[in-house]
Design a protein around this ligand. Structure first.
Ligand SMILES: [Ca+2]
Ligand SMILES: [Ca+2]
Ligand SMILES: [Ca+2]
Length: 613
């Protein structure tokens, strides 16, 4: 069904039909040469195509259903094409004992850990296959097109942070689920995985069932069909005398006789709800404590053991780049929910560059409680951008009736009457997705409600959203979006904090008494640590230190620990110190306990300048 959507999208957008078969997406050599940034909507009759820049020569062929073996093969082949500046390894294993792959991109991989670094994370969600594909394509584009950047900045790519969920999505039946391989008692009844969803209509998908006319022990009905869009369900309005008709469940049967259907799924904890910040304790699949999921733990360990990370980019179910947080929301404990107001401006500037590079206009994002992006921003203070990669495109405008067909009546009055009479769907966004599915994708996004025989319930229909339909762009757009990710990483690298101390001035003010002064500046466009990380005192800090022993320092601090340095900030440091003739005195800038810069003097003369250009 997705193939139909793909072919149709291409036809409507009048893009050269380079892809006619999703099983044989051509590689770079078959793609006609395209300008680096092409406005595909220009001169196009149908506005169905989003303004996605054309891809440069990506050679990873995107796949919708890539199992672990196929991902390993894709990484092997990717690495073979970029032997000089890409290394593949793993950060640990998933609950289902699958390796969580890591790509390290650096001009010199053996010293990659010494340079400031960006982390790109994807594949945390079962149905969002496109994030992993875009991450692989981005990794290749960075290795190929950004060799200069890789001399200054290391890029780490974790293309699939939740391998068990992705493996689940790559086999039938497909479902909207992001649990890992931990055997887990979803409904806390003491039995595990006792009632899994079932594909009752044999379409290879787990969607929903809705049923009317059932009485206890089954859940009472709560919904009615929306008169404005009969496929959608909504709560009845008692003021209009409406009464509920349908009860809805995940597609399945009650195998354990507890009156609930498909309540305990195969697969366990959702790593994207298992990070410590705003961890949703009482949500199923959030885990019994933060970082219990081995995937979240491995990713958190990676972050903690790589203090050189100055930014991160996540492709998944969360969004901070289309709807940039305003920084006003705080937790009950006073910590930012996502960002602090003081950090929003620098963050928003980069978010804007993502919108320009990707053409993304909408994001269908979920709550960020327990997510990687929230933990990174609010607790680690590492600027972390989250994108859903794409959003709902505009469906083409309906064809206007030809003048000859339109009867010559009072059109204004007619329109007014139409507007007044036409009921509006309660969920306008869902209705717009249906319109896109119907008119652009030949209905590929939604399984029409269809009557089936159910062994336990009466009046049952199967139907609902196709898992992954709203979460992923048409496959033909993935190479261009992967390329946009690479450019976005380069934009983040360009904005990195650049923290230095200027060459100190050393003035003799008395016998063996010196006044030493320097200036600390951040000439980058990102802070070294955002407010959230400063509050916790857990993130690595910069330290300015004078080498002389305490008792020789007449004025000034020997050590100054700086938790975060804003972009554009400058601070003057000044010491009055006794240094006997012939002895060395040094001013040093340290980061995370390691020397970043060191200026040494003897008798007022500079003798070394380490770490300074
Ligand atoms: Ca159970
Ligand atoms: Ca089904
Ligand atoms: Ca059950």
């Amino acid at each position: 069904m997705i193939q139909v959507c793909l072919t149709l999208t291409l036809a409507l957008s009048q893009t050269p039909p380079v892809v006619t078969d999703a099983t044989a997406v051509p590689n770079a050599s078959a793609v006609p040469a395209a300008p680096e940034v092409a406005d595909v909507s220009a001169g196009t009759a149908a506005p169905a195509a989003t303004a996605v820049p054309a891809a440069t020569a990506a050679t990873t062929t995107p796949a919708e259903r890539r199992n672990t073996a196929s991902l390993t093969a894709a990484i092997d082949s990717l690495r073979a094409r970029c032997p000089a500046n890409m290394v593949a390894s793993s950060i640990g294993n998933s609950a289902g004992r699958r390796a969580i792959p890591l790509l390290t991109l650096s001009a010199d991989p053996s010293t990659a850990g010494d340079r400031p670094a960006i982390l790109m994370l994807a594949g945390m969600d079962g149905p969002r296959w496109s994030g992993t594909e875009a991450a692989l394509i981005a990794a290749e584009a960075i290795a190929r097109d950004h060799a200069d950047m890789l001399r200054a900045v290391t890029v780490y790519v974790i293309p699939r942070g939740n391998p068990d969920a992705a493996e689940g999505f790559s086999t039938d039946p497909r479902r909207d689920y992001s649990g890992d391989g931990i055997v887990h008692d979803n409904d806390r009844d003491g039995t595990r995985e006792e009632d899994r969803p079932r594909d009752l209509n044999g379409d290879g998908l787990i969607t929903q069932i809705r049923a009317s006319a059932n009485s206890t022990p089954w859940t009472a009905p709560t919904l009615i069909a929306d008169a404005a869009e009969l496929r959608l369900l909504r709560a009845p309005d008692a003021k209009l005398g409406e009464v509920p008709v349908y009860a809805v469940w995940t597609e399945g049967i009650d195998t354990d006789g507890d009156g609930r259907i498909a309540e305990d799924w195969l697969g366990g904890i959702d790593p994207e709800r298992n990070f410590p910040h705003r961890w949703p304790e009482f949500e199923d699949e959030a885990g019994s404590y933060p970082l219990i999921a081995p995937e979240s733990k491995a990713i958190a360990d990676f972050v903690m053991s790589h203090p050189t990370l100055f930014a991160a980019f996540v492709l998944g179910r969360h969004d901070t780049v289309i709807n940039v947080p305003d920084g006003k929301a705080r937790t009950a404990g006073g910590v930012p929910v996502m960002l602090d107001e003081a950090d929003v401006a620098t963050f928003a500037e980069l978010a804007k560059s993502w919108r320009e590079l990707s053409g993304q206009k909408r994001a269908d994002a979920r709550d960020s409680g327990g997510s990687f992006v929230a933990w990174m921003n609010a607790q680690r203070g590492v600027p972390t951008f989250a994108s859903t990669l794409w959003g709902r495109p505009d469906a083409p405008a309906p064809e206007a009736p030809k003048p000859a067909d339109a009867p010559n009546v009072d059109k204004a009055a007619d329109k007014k009457a139409d507007k007044k009479d036409a009921p509006k769907p309660a969920d306008a966004e869902a209705a717009a997705w249906l319109e896109y599915s119907d008119r652009v994708c030949n209905g590929a996004g939604f399984v029409p409600w269809t009557r089936i025989d159910h062994p336990q319930l009466r009046n049952v229909e199967v139907g609902g959203w196709v898992p992954g339909f709203r979460e992923n762009p048409p496959i033909a757009q993935v190479p261009a979006l992967g390329d946009a990710c690479a450019k976005f990483i380069a934009a983040i690298a360009d904005a990195r904090p650049k923290i230095t101390i200027a060459e100190p001035t050393v003035l003799a003010v008395g016998p063996s008494l010196w006044r030493i002064e320097t200036r600390l500046t951040n000439t980058g466009r990102l802070p070294s640590v955002m407010r959230g990380g400063r509050a916790d005192l857990v993130t690595p800090a910069h330290v300015i230190r004078l080498s002389a022993p305490m008792d020789r320092i007449q004025a000034g601090n020997r050590n100054d620990v700086i938790r975060g340095i804003d972009a554009g900030s400058a601070r003057v440091y000044s010491w009055l110190v006794n240094v006997p003739p012939g002895e060395e005195v040094a001013v040093e800038l340290l980061y995370n306990g390691k020397s970043a810069q060191r200026w040494a003097f003897r008798d007022g003369e500079k003798i070394t300048a380490e770490g300074s250009k």
